[in-house]
Design a protein around this ligand. Structure first.
Ligand code: SF4
Ligand code: SF4
Length: 206
């Protein structure tokens, strides 16, 4: 009879990225990365670590060791809810939440994030809405998130959406600010400055 066992994959030194840790540690807020003592307090306090493919402690260890591909492709960084529990508890004052943000930004920059995972889709669509209208319209944000991540789920949530609309809890009118052109000029200037500094652009606009 077939027995399921633990699958181990050997990693070779050549697969590691020697500069990855330095790059992440140079991001504002991530400078303490190398002082981690691997105590595991962050993983113990994280309310979502049981759903993560790598615990926060492991993400820190893998980042330091240069496991760039594994870390950037992991779902952990997208599951992080930015609750800051780990950051508060860390005895070495490592801002683990900021490290998670830095990894997310890097995954977007390298285009290796899970394209249909709801969290990055939601973040991207939120950004696009704010870029275009200066505001976010909840109903359309949800519709776009489901369409781009899991259209089948949108059908299942249809009745709930209809009831929210019927009872006036969710509108369909697109919300917008008056000076959209002014806002876009401002955001474009910020994006140009970020590109000049070779930082991750504010949003992914396909
Ligand atoms: S709590 Fe801080 S020192 Fe401990 S494993 Fe997590 S990051 Fe490292
Ligand atoms: S900030 Fe993220 S990694 Fe840290 S405890 Fe909260 S969910 Fe977990």
């Amino acid at each position: 009879m077939f027995q399921q066992g633990i699958q181990r994959r050997i990693k070779y030194q050549a697969e590691l990225d020697g500069n990855f840790a330095k790059e992440i540690a140079s991001t504002p807020g991530c400078d303490n990365l190398f002082s981690c003592i691997q105590c595991g307090k962050c993983s113990g306090t994280c309310p979502l670590s049981i759903y993560m493919d790598f615990t926060p402690r492991r993400v820190i260890a893998m980042t330091r060791a240069g496991f760039k591909e594994d870390v950037l492709r992991s779902q952990t960084i997208w599951l992080c809810a930015s609750c800051y529990s780990c950051t508060v508890e860390c005895p070495k004052e490592i801002k683990i939440t900021d490290v998670m943000y830095a990894l997310k930004q890097r995954a977007i920059k390298d285009k290796v994030y899970p394209k249909r995972f709801p969290t990055p889709v939601l973040a991207r669509e939120f950004f696009r809405s704010v870029w275009k209208y200066g505001r976010n319209t909840e109903s359309w944000l949800i519709v776009r998130m489901y369409l781009k991540s899991n259209p089948f789920k949108m059908i299942m949530q249809g009745l709930l959406g209809f009831n929210l609309w019927r009872t006036g809890r969710m509108g369909l009118k697109t919300e917008s600010i008056k000076d959209r052109t002014g806002l876009q000029r401002l955001l474009e200037a910020v994006e140009r400055a970020e590109q000049k500094e070779n930082r991750t652009p504010m949003g992914e606009r396909e």
